[in-house]
Design a protein around this ligand. Sequence first.
Ligand code: PAF
Length: 254
Amino acid sequence: MKVIEDLAELRAERRARGTGVTGFVPTMGALHDGHLSLVARAKAENARAVASIFVNPAQFEDPDDLARYPRTLEQDLAVLRDAGCDLVFLPRAGDLYPDGYRYRVTESERSLELEGASRPGHFDGVLTVVLKLLLLVRPERAYFGEKDFQQLQLVEGLAQAFFLDTAIVRCPTLREADGLAMSSRNRLLTPAERARAPAFHRVLAESLAAGRNTREAEAELAREGFGVDYVADRDGRRLGAVRLGTVRLIDNAG
Ligand code: PAF
């Protein structure tokens, strides 16, 4: 497995790649089995699998959240190697943002609601870094999990709006045995919060299936001890965001 930090080296590697398609999995590290399922799929459907690890400061509106974000690089590289990943790109912030983030991608409608309303500027940061990574790696396919459903839809819109030659592939959310969606943030939960967390997806799924409205689902989540940010129905799915202590969790059902 090649590990490349340097932009010029990545471009040289890309030019030397030869034939065969590339599947790409962008990540912020702290990898779990959900990420590894994306890498496995990228590997199975393409000649080579490329992953990136970059904790993107532009998508964190809260500096404490950025500081707290788990970083486990050595472990991440080991699991990517075991998963058969061919190349890992570890860009440096100064190289990805030589303009200091003066130039950025802004979506002016769907990025402003739900996660975008709770986290102003978040999706500008996500869309900007995803565009940069896709232009640098130039994969035929890029793999995104359905847990971050709003992000997935916005990335699909980005690829369409800018005529990108990358197909965005939707991948189902991987869950722990008790139903909690796998997420890098789960490791920040205390044991008591971790025990409570599976009720989040259960309430989203059961309330949707039973035809209860989003207000009722919010009230149920509050009764289960969550700080509720929102529950909203979009495109046949029920999306939600909650807080457990200092940790914010998002998920969806449908
Ligand atoms: O979903 C994530 O981990 C991030 O938002 C992404 C797509 C890697 C961009 O930084």
